[in-house]
Design a protein around this ligand. Structure first.
Ligand SMILES: Nc1nc2c(c(=O)[nH]1)N[C@H]1C(S)=C(S)[C@@H](COP(=O)(O)O)O[C@H]1N2
Ligand SMILES: [Mo]
Length: 535
């Protein structure tokens, strides 16, 4: 019987219709939504259990890596570091819309509706397989999830359509009962509860596995030479002349920037660092090999190129690790090599000039941060730290391989997106005190902050109020040319509103430029300016 046939009840024609025979229009889309949630939660749980990337993270990751340049730069500006949460929300909304659609279609054309879910599963499976560091097992979660979703959708559509179809030969004695509302609600309710439980389990298992990765990190790092004191205690106190910004940024407060939707879970027993490309002897090093090597400890300030003037994406840490120059020396670098190209476990890449590793600066393979093994968020087990270069060209977290190559052979992740290939950190300064919108009381007021010019060092910092004369700020002890330097300036201020500006001059004598420019393509410029209210 064609589905367009309309059932004309033989009975109750004139009676007021209390109960409709057909399930309401919203039931089919809801069936689609519930089926998709069921599929996703099953897929996520399987992925977490068999240690592959979850389908949603795989699709999200692929989306991050392949969004057009304008969209990515737009998203970064709009959402700053919340862009991952925004992406996840966007994905869930998209999946939900597709699921609602799949459900509505399935009501009349079951196969067509289910094939939307199936299609999503196949796409998810293929993307999962193609993600960095994944194997054939990555196909499983999406495929099983999609099968489960299709099965459930067909079942729910049956519940919806059952009894609402006209009977082949309607008679007064065999009138259809109408659709079974109670059965539909109780089935979808149960499935919703099961899905929530599956998703909850997935999240618990996933956190547990992440803690296992964290717990596998050594409790303490090998001592540097004969020194076993926690490094933070060795920083001279004269580097700190105001308290609001600690000279050494605690790990928990350190800014985090990366493209990873989930933290890479590195198995420390199988992880290896490969150093290859244009070298005489390629090296393969395990975590233990690295720990057994001579190590250094250096205080270095790293920062993100996308930091706005006055922004928070900068931090200073005591890094412990193996000097890159030592490893490159052992590998024997071909003199024609131009670029040190790095790849992370999560497939992110970057490259910097060979010179930056061998010109005497402390470029290193870091395994420790502020006296502990690298936190997972900051690149455990191993990352690169290159003083004087922005993070996006040098600071590879979850490092997997280092390749000596030519500039025209490989391009780092951010370069095709319009960011500069060469990215030395620009001289900058920031006002930290008084805080924005802080009300200060008239009298002697402390203005303070940090300034940095990695590889050149900070020579002087000047402050001006209401575009007046530039006045020298007092500088804290200069630990080395690769760390930020604190500054402080005291002024007697009457009640009123004041505009404060700061500028730094590096040890080559160059003063940071006043010209205002955006972070892209190679770092923001301009003077940090803050208006304060004195009461
Ligand atoms: N694997 C990986 N490493 C990465 C990135 C990334 O996206 N993936 N981002 C880089 C950028 S842009 C910066 S600024 C620094 C930030 O390091 P942090 O998160 O430890 O502060 O890491 C760099 N290393
Ligand atoms: Mo960055």
């Amino acid at each position: 019987m064609p589905s367009s046939a309309v059932y004309q009840p033989e009975i109750d024609r004139s009676a007021p219709q209390k109960q409709s025979f057909q399930a309401p229009i919203w039931t089919a889309p809801i069936a689609g939504l519930i089926s998709a949630l069921f599929a996703l939660s099953i897929a996520t749980l399987i992925a977490v259990i068999i240690n592959v990337e979850t389908p949603l993270n795989a699709i999200g990751g692929e989306f991050i890596d392949h969004t057009p340049k304008w969209l990515k730069n737009f998203a970064i500006r709009i959402f700053a570091t919340n862009n991952k949460a925004a992406l996840k929300t966007g994905m869930l909304l998209t999946v939900s819309c597709l699921a609602l659609l799949a459900g509505s279609i399935a009501r009349r054309r079951r196969i067509a509706g289910a094939s939307i879910i199936a299609g999503f599963g196949v796409v998810g499976a293929i993307i999962s397989l193609l993600r960095p560091s994944q194997n054939a097992a990555a196909l499983l979660p999406s495929l099983v999830g999609a099968l489960a979703g299709c099965w459930l959708l067909t079942k729910l559509i049956c519940v919806i359509n059952e009894n609402s179809k006209p009977l082949e030969t309607p008679t007064t004695s065999r009138a259809p009962l109408g659709w079974d509302r109670r059965r539909f609600l109780s089935t979808t309710g149960k499935v919703a509860i099961i899905s929530t439980a599956l998703a909850g389990t997935a999240s618990v298992v996933s956190s547990k596995k992440i803690s296992q990765v964290r717990d596998a990190a050594p409790q303490s790092l090998p001592p540097i030479g004969n020194n076993t004191v926690l490094p933070t205690t060795k920083i001279p106190s004269a580097t700190q002349i105001f308290e609001q910004t600690p000279f050494v940024t605690p790990n928990k407060d350190f800014y985090r920037i990366d493209t990873a939707l989930s933290l890479p879970r590195v198995d420390i027993n199988t992880w290896k660092l490969e150093i290859g490309g244009m070298v005489k002897t390629p090296l393969t090093l395990s975590y233990q090999d690295l720990l057994a090597r001579p190590m250094v400890e250096r205080t270095i300030t790293i920062c993100c190129v996308s930091n706005e003037v006055g922004g928070p994406y900068i931090g200073n840490a005591i890094w412990q690790g193996v000097l890159l120059a030592d490893l490159l020396d052992e590998a024997g670098v071909d003199s024609r090599a131009e670029q040190i190209f790095n790849t992370s476990v999560d497939g992110w890449t970057c490259g910097f000039p060979v010179g930056a590793a061998v010109d005497g600066r402390d470029a290193m393979i870091a395994i420790g941060m502020n006296g502990t093994a690298l936190p997972l968020e900051h690149g455990y087990p191993v990352r690169l730290i290159v003083p004087g270069l922005y993070g996006y060209v040098s600071a590879t977290k979850w490092l997997k391989s280092i390749d000596l190559t030519m500039w025209n052979q490989a391009e780092g992740y951010w370069i095709p997106l319009g960011w500069s290939r060469d990215a030395p950190i620009k001289t900058q300064s920031r006002i930290d005190v008084p805080r924005r919108d802080e009300n200060v009381v008239a009298g002697k007021i402390a203005i303070a902050g940090v300034a940095w010019a990695q590889q050149r060092g900070i020579e002087k910092v000047e402050v001006r109020i209401d575009a007046g004369e530039w006045k020298l700020a007092t500088l804290a002890l200069d630990l080395n040319i690769d760390t930020w330097r604190q500054w402080k300036y005291e002024s007697n201020l009457q009640p009123g509103e004041y505009e404060i500006q700061v500028r730094a001059t590096d040890k080559t004598g160059a003063t940071q430029t006043q010209e205002v420019s955006r972070p892209d393509p190679d770092g923001a410029t301009g003077y940090h300016t803050r208006t304060i209210k004195v009461l």
